[in-house]
Design a protein. Sequence first.
Length: 259
Amino acid sequence: MSSVFFDIDGTLWDRNMTIPESTKKAIRELKEHGVYTFLNSGRARAFIQNPRLLELGFDGIVSGCGTSVNFRGKELVYHKISPELLDKTLRILKKYGMPVILEGRDFQYVDESDFAKDPFLDMLKREIGQSLLGISDNPMKWEASKFSAVILRENYKEALAELSPWYHFLVHEERVVEGVPKGFSKATGIQAVCEYLNIAREDTYAFGDSVNDLDMLRYAGYGIAMGNGSQEAKEAADYVTDDIHGDGIYHACKRFSLI
C-alpha cells in the first residue's frame, strides 16, 4: 500500500488559493486506486479549515510540521508547547522586535497591533474566524504547537540562537521564520503514519515546494518537488515535476504509476 503526502501552499494551491482541476483529478484517482492521501503542512491544524481543501477527502492530516498527525479523525500525534516555554519564547521574540503568531490545533494567536495593515491578518480572519485569538488577551492560556515570526531586523539570528535549545527553525525567503519544537518535522509526521498503517517508507511519496518541505522530500521514498518550487526543494527531491499550473501533481502521479 502506498501513501502520498501533499504540502498545501505552492503545491496543492497557489497564492490565490486556487487548486488546479488536474490536481483534484489526481487526488480522486489516487483514492480510486486505494492510495492513502494526506495533507502534510507547516500550517497548524487550526489554519486548515478551508472547505476547498477538506472536500478533496484526504485520509489524514499532518499539520504544524509534524506536531499534529491524524488519520481519519483518529489523533496519532499531538505536541503542545508548555505555556511556560511559550511565555519565554514570546519575551525573547519581543526583545528582538519580531511579531509572532502562535499556531495550535484549535486556535491561532496574534496581537493585531503587531500586524497592522498586513493583508495576512485579514486572510487569517477570513480563513479561521473565531479560532483566531489575541496573544495578550489569553496570557498563559495558549494552546500552540509551533510559531511563526516576522523578520524585521538583521539581529533575528540572535533571537534564534537564544531559542535554539527548544526549537529548530525554517527561514523563508519572505522574511518569515517558523519555529518548530525539536524532534518534530514533516518527516516525523510521515514516520508516524507509516508506523500506524504499517506502510514501508519506500512506499511513500511527498510533494512540496519550499524550505519547510526539505525534511519531507528527503525522508519519503520518493520526494517530488514542484516545478515552481525553490531551488533548495528541487535539490532535496528525487524528482522535479511541472509547476502547479502545468499539471505537475497529475503528471508526477502518472510518472510513478500511482494512477
